[in-house]
Structures are given as structure tokens and as C-alpha cells.
Design a protein around this ligand. Structure first.
Ligand code: PMP
Length: 427
């Protein structure tokens, strides 16, 4: 912690977040998986650059040149942060959802002209499921109780498809589940996909902010992630990976900046990344995300890991000790999950638990089905669950407060009355 804290202070840990009844609202620090509070250095950088922005790629004026330079430098920083290979492309997107949708339009068609095949698990966030179902030929495989059994099932599917001369073009997996923080071992995923001619996309939304990830080091072909989960504000994310699909794929947005020449009968498109970035680019978003990448890259990964993993372990142990609380798990043998812990409280609606934590303890957590409906349904949590998640700005004291509040809830129940108003629990 001592290595992490001085470098990475999140905004809101002092003056920006209001007090409720004299208590600090821990909203952001136990709901980091939804959106992480911005780092102080990111907020400072945005304030510094805000007066400078002007048209990117479109102006000869001095500030236009500054903005273009800032935008392109940010792109390089973002790519470097995820270990891009020299030939990889970094497309600045809005978020992970934007990135997966973009790549779905770039998966090459099969030999017979049908859409390319994509293999995906039912444990994925909707952002890493629905684009494949809508745009490509998706096969969804049920995650098994162990990572080993799940990998075996994926290997079977890849082999059968290749033997039938209709191979998968892409295997897409989460780098860390937004429900449990767990993942499949990426080296095994890459080896088996590449053995069968498939590429690998990692949904890095929950991984990249919490672990050092490298495309070059892991052999993963593409990674998608979001700025607002990486301690930068909303509005920018990235898709980084192999150039050929991105150069040949359907331009993600049609409009200015993505074209070389427009004629009424024949338009020629740019190659990537410009091909997919039509419209005026989000230079502030890119600068903010790059600033967060710089800050995270400067931190000792072991210190970051130790800080977050200690909090995660305490959460899991503490929650498991509260009577009636069950912690959700996809895989019995998952190694090194990130700090995302989802739980249910027997006989209590998750929405009520979350409303109680917010109203009576100033603690913000996420409840619901976490944009992972198929997984929650299959694991028996159709009514949803509650999720707490930690990051660089979360303290041990905040975790203790959550645990104490839950113990109190289970023993004494809420102090005030709650009712469902417009579908949400409220006081
Ligand atoms: N994948 C995972 C694993 C996520 O946690 C999320 C956000 N909850 C997404 C994808 C989608 O991210 P965004 O909403 O930023 O597009």
C-alpha cells in the first residue's frame, strides 16, 4: 500500500465527495468495477489540457496542432500500456462495449461467405456476448465448474469446427469476470485458440486496471477496455490489436476522417485506426485515459496486486463469515481473481441490501444481474445479487465498514422502512 497510495490518490477521497450525516460516502471506492473514481493526476491533467483543445486532425492552427499531437501521443501511451506489438493498431473508442462492437464488424467472413464464427462463454458480460450474437456466427458454450473442464470444452468446440472445415475465427474471453473477478488462464486460452487457427480477444474491462497486461507478452490478439474503469472519466476506451482485420473490416462509423476520398459512386476508406474513428475525436478522453495509463504504469505491479488482493481476501473471508451470506463463484479452481466480489444475503432482495448500505451507511455497491443475465440465471441468482469491488483507492477501513454494516443488517435488520418505488428500493 505504501508504494501505491502516495502515487495514486483518487479524487473524492478528500473534498469532492459529500458527507452524508457526517459520514464519508464511500460510493466510488467499493464500486470500482462499475466506474472507478478518477486519479488525482488524471483530474489535474484534464484541467491542464482543457483550455488547449481545438480541432484534431482538421486544422492548421497552433492549438489544432497541439490537440492532434496530444491525441496521437495518447494513442501511443494507451497502446504501450497494454503491451501493443509494433504492428498493432490502437483505436480510441468510447468504452469496452464500443470496442467489441467495432471488432465484431471486422471478423473476416468464412470461406463460404457466411459471417465469421466466434466462440464465447455464457459467463461473459453482455458487451462480450451480444455483439457476436448480432454480427457474427456466435457459439456460446456453458462455463464448467472448473477452468480445466471449461478449457476442455472450448478445445472440443475449436477442434470440431476446424475438422468440419468451418473453423472459428475468434475465441473471446473475459480477462476478469465483472461478477466474480475470475478468469481462465490466458496462456492456455491463447495456446488452444492459436492451435486451431482462431484469434483471441480479451475483454480487459476488469483486468487492465488491476493487473499488468501485455499483448506482446501474452500472445493475445486483441484487448478491449474502458477509461472509466481505469481511473479516468467516461468517454474514452480502446481496442488494441492486430492490424489486418482492422484495416479490412467494416468502418465502424461512417463519416468525416474515416475516408480518403469520397465520390458519389465510389468512396475509399482509410486504414485503421482512422477507418474506425469517424467524427471529431475525443481528445480530452484520450488524454485522460493516457494519463491514467501513465500513472498505473509507474506503480510497482506487485504493490498494487498486494493492496487489492489483501482487500479482496478480507472481503471474501468477512462475507463468508456473515450468516446467510453466499459468495458467487464460477470456477472452483480460478487463480488470482481481481477484487470483484458478488454475494447474496439469504431471504433478502439484493436491491434492499444495496439500498440499506447506501441509505444507512453511505456505502455504494452495485446490485442486479451485472449485465451477465445468462450467468446469473444459470448459477441460480435470477433475482440478482450484490457486488462490492475494490481498487487502488479503496482502504481496508472501507471494507471493514461494509462488513460491519452487513453483519448489522443480518442481525438487526434495517433501521428504517424501505419500499419499492418505480422498480427501485428506497427509503
Ligand atoms: N466487460 C466487462 C467485464 C465489464 O465489467 C464491463 C462494464 N461493467 C463491460 C465489459 C462494459 O464496459 P463499458 O460499459 O465501459 O462499455
Amino acid at each position: 500500500v505504501s508504494h501505491v497510495a502516495p502515487v495514486l490518490t483518487v479524487v473524492g477521497s478528500d473534498t469532492l465527495v459529500p458527507l452524508v450525516d457526517g459520514r464519508r460516502v464511500t460510493y466510488a471506492n467499493l464500486d470500482v468495477a462499475a466506474s472507478a473514481p478518477a486519479l488525482r493526476t488524471v483530474a489535474d491533467r484534464v484541467a491542464e489540457v482543457l483550455p488547449l483543445y481545438a480541432s484534431v486532425h482538421r486544422g492548421a492552427g497552433y492549438l489544432s496542432q497541439v490537440s492532434t499531437a496530444l491525441y496521437e501521443a495518447s494513442r501511443r501511451t494507451i497502446g504501450d500500456f497494454v503491451g501493443a506489438r509494433p504492428d498493432d493498431v490502437t483505436v480510441v473508442t468510447r468504452n469496452t462495449t464500443d470496442s467489441t462492437n467495432l471488432l465484431a464488424g471486422c471478423v473476416p467472413a468464412a470461406a463460404d461467405g457466411r459471417p465469421g464464427r466466434v466462440l464465447v462463454l455464457d459467463a461473459e458480460h453482455h458487451a462480450n456476448l451480444l455483439p457476436w450474437q448480432r454480427t457474427t456466427r456466435a457459439t456460446v458454450v456453458e462455463a464448467q465448474p472448473t477452468t480445466t473442464a471449461t478449457l476442455a470444452l472450448l478445445a472440443d468446440a475449436l477442434r470440431t469446427a476446424a475438422d468440419a472445415d468451418d473453423p472459428f475465427a475468434l475465441l473471446t474471453v473475459t480477462g476478469a469476470s465483472n461478477v466474480t473477478g475470475e478468469s481462465l488462464p490466458l496462456d492456455a486460452v491463447v495456446a488452444l485458440a492459436h492451435d486451431h487457427g482462431a484469434r483471441v480477444l480479451v475483454d480487459g474491462a476488469q483486468l487492465v486496471p488491476h493487473r499488468r497486461f501485455s499483448l506482446a507478452g501474452s500472445g493475445v490478439d486483441y484487448v478491449a477496455f474502458s477509461g472509466h474503469k481505469t481511473y479516468a472519466p467516461y468517454g474514452a476506451g480502446a481496442l488494441v490489436g492486430r492490424r489486418d482485420w482492422l484495416d479490412a473490416g467494416t468502418p465502424y462509423l461512417a463519416g468525416g476522417g474515416a475516408v480518403r476520398n469520397v465520390a458519389l459512386d465510389a468512396t475509399t476508406w482509410q486504414t485503421a485506426p482512422a477507418r474506425h474513428e469517424a467524427g471529431s475525436p475525443n481528445v480530452l478522453g484520450a488524454v485522460a485515459l493516457a494519463s491514467a495509463c501513465d500513472a498505473l504504469a509507474a506503480v510497482d505491479p506487485a504493490a498494487l496486486h498486494a493492496h487489492e488482493d489483501a482487500l479482496r481476501r478480507r472481503l471474501v473471508d468477512g462475507l463468508s463469515a456473515v450468516p446467510g451470506v453466499r459468495v458467487v463463484q464460477v470456477w472452483e479452481d480460478a487463480v488470482d481473481p481481481v477484487g470483484v466480489v458478488t454475494f447474496s444475503v439469504d431471504d433478502h432482495d439484493p436491491g434492499l441490501v444495496a439500498a440499506y448500505l447506501a441509505a444507512e451507511h453511505g456505502i455504494g455497491v452495485r446490485d442486479g444481474r451485472f449485465c451477465a443475465h445468462p450467468l446469473l440465471r444459470r448459477l441460480g441468482y435470477s433475482a440478482g445479487a450484490v457486488r462490492a469491488s475494490v481498487g487502488v483507492g479503496t482502504s481496508g477501513e472501507e471494507v471493514e465498514r461494509l462488513l460491519t454494516a452487513l453483519e448489522q443488517f443480518v442481525t438487526d435488520g434495517p433501521a428504517v422502512r424501505y419500499a419499492v418505488v418505480d422498480g427501485c428500493w428506497a427509503v
